[in-house]
Design a protein around this ligand. Structure first.
Ligand SMILES: Cc1cc2nc3c(=O)[nH]c(=O)nc-3n(C[C@H](O)[C@H](O)[C@H](O)COP(=O)(O)OP(=O)(O)OC[C@H]3O[C@@H](n4cnc5c(N)ncnc54)[C@H](O)[C@@H]3O)c2cc1C
Length: 311
């Protein structure tokens, strides 16, 4: 098995590195940020396909990840939980394609729906405490021999490995000359968890998208999805509006203390890039552009990367 460099130490880079090392490759992760400083660490961590295409491949990757997360949820130190929650729909024709890969979906009962909400789907899916999970992934990588180097890569050609996996999220475009990636800004506020386990997603909320995702000690409250916005400064007005929407859905969260806040830029592309090209004798495997679904698609995409990397 060959030497492989993985550029990127977010959820995509680390999952690819782990799968490649488990397949027998000698792997080095090169990243310019610690896992806790990545967009992946900002993610709410709900398994749910959002802002990612193409639809067929997304469902396949999401299903594979769902199976893997189900195993990890049974292990106490992974940061992965298996939690019931509800996706609210305010439109008449919601996109329910994702329900095909979730085993126990059911229509929400009228008493489970807030006023003004037409319908909803209740189901159990993985919920990932991303900070804890990235730590677990990095430790798992180290245990199977993955090497780590903190460095900023300017060009894949500067790396000595014959195969380079480009998993640098939003920065991947610069590395491989792809102008189609764009940021979609998201802001979250994390509240101390008063004992909730049930998550709620209300994407069609006319006042703006809203979600509350209880993990272990915190509840991630969001959100926003500002296309083309690349500022990462926290906006207190946005936070107030997010909390108003969330508290309207989950009154138990009124007045609960803030634990932390974060802003991240989702790496959105017309479709996830997952392919292999050869440039001046070096194999470049691209794996980026996961939009609002990097956690959700991580294991499925990493499996494809192993196939593309070859022996
Ligand atoms: C508010 C918000 C909520 C979200 N909620 C969810 C959710 O509930 N579920 C879900 O599935 N997804 C969610 N997402 C989306 C998810 O966070 C992203 O899809 C995912 O983090 C992308 O992972 P990545 O590893 O590709 O990129 P990143 O996490 O951004 O990691 C990129 C890595 O590349 C490295 N890097 C970049 N450039 C270079 C360079 N030149 N040289 C060396 N290293 C480099 C960085 O150091 C970093 O390690 C959310 C996103 C946001 C912003």
């Amino acid at each position: 098995m060959g030497d492989i460099a993985v550029v990127g130490g977010g959820v995509i880079g680390l999952t690819c590195a782990l799968r490649l090392a488990e397949a027998g490759h000698r792997v080095e992760v090169v990243a310019d940020r610690a896992p806790g400083d990545t967009v992946s660490a900002v993610a709410g961590g709900l398994w749910f396909p959002y802002l990612a295409a193409p639809a067929d491949a997304v469902l396949r990757w999401a299903r594979e990840s769902l199976d893997r997360f189900a195993e990890l949820a049974a292990m106490p130190t992974t940061g992965v939980f298996w939690r019931e929650g509800i996706v609210l729909h305010r439109a008449d024709d919601p996109d329910l394609a994702w329900t095909a890969v979730v085993p126990d979906c059911r229509a929400a009962r009228p008493d489970e729906l807030p006023e003004g909400v037409a319908s909803g789907v209740v189901c159990s899916v993985p919920v990932v405490d991303t900070a804890a999970y990235l730590g677990w992934l990095a430790a798992r990588c180290a245990r199977v021999g993955v090497a780590f180097r903190r460095a900023h890569v300017v060009r894949p050609a500067d790396l000595p490995q014959p195969t380079v996996v480009v998993a640098a999220g939003l920065a991947s475009g610069v590395l491989v000359g792809d102008p189609t990636l764009e940021p979609v800004r998201g802001q979250v506020v994390r509240l101390a968890n008063p004992g909730l386990t049930r998550w709620v997603v209300d994407d069609d909320n006319p006042a703006g998208m809203a979600y509350a995702i209880p993990r272990g000690h915190d509840v991630v409250c969001g959100g926003t999805a500002d296309r083309g916005e690349s500022g990462t400064a926290h906006d207190p007005d946005v936070e107030r509006a997010v909390l108003d929407r969330v508290v309207a859905l989950v009154p138990e969260l009124r007045g609960v203390p803030v634990v932390s806040r974060a802003v991240g830029l989702r790496p959105v592309r017309p479709s996830v890039r997952l392919d292999r090209v050869t440039v001046a004798g070096q194999a470049l495997v691209s794996c980026y552009g996961h939009g609002g679904s990097g956690v959700t698609l991580s294991w499925g995409c990493a499996a494809d990367v192993v196939g593309l990397a070859g022996p």
